[in-house]
Design a protein around this ligand. Sequence first.
Ligand SMILES: Cc1cc2nc3c(=O)[nH]c(=O)nc-3n(C[C@H](O)[C@H](O)[C@H](O)COP(=O)(O)O)c2cc1C
Length: 397
Amino acid sequence: MSRMFDSMKIGKMVVSNRFVRSATCENMANDKGFVTDNMIKMYKTLAKGEISLIILGYMYIHPFGRAFKYQTGIYSDDHIPGIKEVVDTIHKENGNVVIQLAHAGPQTYPQIIGTTPLGPSKNVRNPFTFSKPKEMSESEIQESITLFGDAAERAVKAGVDAIQIHGAHGYLINQFLSPYFNRRTDKWGGSDENGFRYLKEIFLQIESVIPKEIPLLIKLNAHDHTQKEGITPTLAIKYAKWLVDLGISAIEISGGTNHYSTFDVVRGEIPSEELVQWVPEGIRDSAKNMFKEMQGKYNFQEAYNLELAKSIKPRIGKTPLILVGGLRTLSCMEDIIENGYADLISMCRPFIREPLLVKQIKKGRKDRSACSSCNRCVAALPNDFPVRCYENSFPNS
Ligand SMILES: Cc1cc2nc3c(=O)[nH]c(=O)nc-3n(C[C@H](O)[C@H](O)[C@H](O)COP(=O)(O)O)c2cc1C
């Protein structure tokens, strides 16, 4: 039997194999962030696939931190019953459930949150919205830290097995960590220690309100791939070591930012026609040109974050490392596990395409994902379509 089916522990949580479903925004909640029947149905299918750890799509901890209209919210106790239904659905099939907590920061749109997005600094213009964020005040920073804790408590009430902090992909926490976005000169910026402070305070706040046996995980960028230097592997190693010192239970390594270096997160094709459907008529052509200029620069490469993982793994001792980004063939995954470059293999787009992939691999019926990384599932997000595989057809195109 493949090493991919060896069990292991993340903190006190036992996982039955090395496959992780990386957090995937479902875009299936209603416009107040409540879980819908469609979402439960999707997880019912996914849960039958024998993935040992299913990370639900990122949930926003406050309405100002929402990235997409139909993203799931966890900012009110009223959200708990719906989320619990998803958790129970997955537990019935013996999968472990993780909730990923997020604040979009500047990676959202005023029309979604009804105000100017918040960020650590106001300097960097968002290439999609052409706007700059509002620099967070001390009280806004403190309030958001408390809100992460409140959301974690709700996740526990919903019955989760673990919590993941979304510290990657250019969202609020990533922006505090990144010298490209964080230009503050107070205690929240200006040095590596100060840039780390926001994440550290969130970690400590969450840790103080959840039971000890619930592992706390993080998704961390090991490279921002931004125009000017942001998080680099050297800085990521420093952050990873500090997270280990704090007692993090596992680190998922990723790279890229959703608005400032989009296709470094999801390498593959750039479906420009589909991506610009939602863009207002007057600026659609310029948006299309922007995507055309990107063509060929983000070609798919298997395990495209592997070198980042290799640089971090030897520096974090026994803390499990989860690798995400372009994992598609069983032989590559086995090679990574056997060589100890990572402990778990995380996938997103392959499970959108084939929710039962792991079960089929276990039965020897498959040894690779059929996902072509066409990225039309990515284009579903800004168009407010539910996330599913649109390789063969895309609404309205
Ligand atoms: C449709 C879609 C939704 C995503 N939603 C999230 C999310 O909610 N949280 C997150 O950390 N990453 C999210 N990602 C990024 C994935 O988790 C993953 O890091 C990336 O797709 C690379 O992995 P893959 O090659 O296996 O798809 C999303 C990606 C896609 C395609």
